[in-house]
Design a protein around this ligand. Sequence first.
Ligand code: ATP
Ligand SMILES: Nc1ccn([C@@H]2O[C@H](COP(=O)(O)O)[C@@H](O)[C@H]2O)c(=O)n1
Length: 419
Amino acid sequence: MPPPRGRREPPRYAVELPGAQLLHFALAPPGAAAAAAAAPGCFPPPPARCYSLCVPPARGGGVRAARLLRRLQQRLGEGGWAGCRVLPLLCYGPRRRPRRGFLLQDPRGAPGTGRRLAELLRAQAAPRPPLAVYEADARGALRQRLWALAAGGGRRLLRRARVVAAAAPPLHPAAAALRGGALPPSAPAARARLRQCASVIPEASAVLEILEKCPRHPEKGEFPVIVVEGLDATGKTTVTESVKDALNAVLLRSPPACISQWRTTFDNEPTLIRRTFYAAGNYILASEIAKASSQSPVIVDRYWHSTAAYAIATEINGKVEDLPPAHHEVYQWPKDLLKPDLVLLLTLSPEERIRRLQGRGLEKTKEEAELEANSLFRQKVEESYRRMVNPACQEVDASPSKEEVLKTVLKVIKKHCAL
Ligand SMILES: Nc1ncnc2c1ncn2[C@@H]1O[C@H](COP(=O)(O)OP(=O)(O)OP(=O)(O)O)[C@@H](O)[C@H]1O
Ligand SMILES: Nc1ccn([C@@H]2O[C@H](COP(=O)(O)O)[C@@H](O)[C@H]2O)c(=O)n1
């Protein structure tokens, strides 16, 4: 039954356990009968103690919240939290924007842990997120107490509620907030986010300046535009360079060269900000594609599908089964972005991809290292590529020799594009 008008349903939470298993719990509405549903297994029994915090997007959009969350994540990742385990947490509800945070499990229930967490939060600029403390009552029922922390040292109880297990919602709670969140759905949205970033990241102004100079609705020329997508080391550089020579085409890359000097800066920012850079890069690239495709065929190394697939895989914690279903709006091409004629997706077995990554011997970017270590993440990126529509990706097996792969790619291009 929905909550009475004007009253919000108590929040629900999804906590990610090791192995990417998502566990959902909720707060029982005030006055609800002591239901049979017990707290979920992410709360170890005493002496263990658990704490959680979630960062609400404050004024200025999600930029400040994303940076605060990352700062807290870094502090919790530092030493001194002996034996504690930090698990990613998402707070959600039908009428709430999902908020990201952490559940901290302290297996020893050391009294200093809560105090240190409170100090860590008090040290942050206002508005600071409240701290939730979980404790079993005399009858063994788990309760959450939510505290607002004052900078001076005081605290105020905001709510006290019973914690109950909850069923997983049909759609991952982060899915609804992806478009407009980590995935700006349009050029105006990317510009707005860059403006929010500009006060804390000076490079955002430089990217914005370039984006502002691009035509608002660049149109594709008469020559075909072919995009090559795939995980790292699947052979995109090799293929795009060979296709460029074979078709006398112009080769372009996303992010485009004019903003790539700022890439490392944005790669070191939280997802929300990093994806804004890549999304903006795609809109800048679109105007380069428009110009080049009036002169010759254009081959593009990564474009929107990469930005979307990596954003989806990062934001949707859990397993491949937790991804938004096929046909969800996150797999749709943005309405205002110049569309290519053909998108090829190079695929490789994980073993061969690792062999090629190692053979290349280049320094791994953070995300490449993650792809290698985290096969779940790799599966989510690849499955997201496969679910993209309008245009969908044409899959090409990239495991044969370079010459064979090029032959197949040229055959697919000739079948789909007038050259
Ligand atoms: N068909 C192939 N057979 C064997 N090795 C290949 C083949 N294609 C590419 N390689 C090698 O695999 C490595 C990765 O290829 P490449 O750099 O083209 O991938 P990429 O997808 O562009 O990677 P990234 O996205 O990280 O830039 C390179 O050392 C390349 O020479
Ligand atoms: N359009 C794009 C292009 C790239 N990315 C991100 O960059 C990383 C891979 O880039 P390579 O230069 O190594 O191929 C990957 O982590 C993507 O997240 C993007 O988001 N959008």
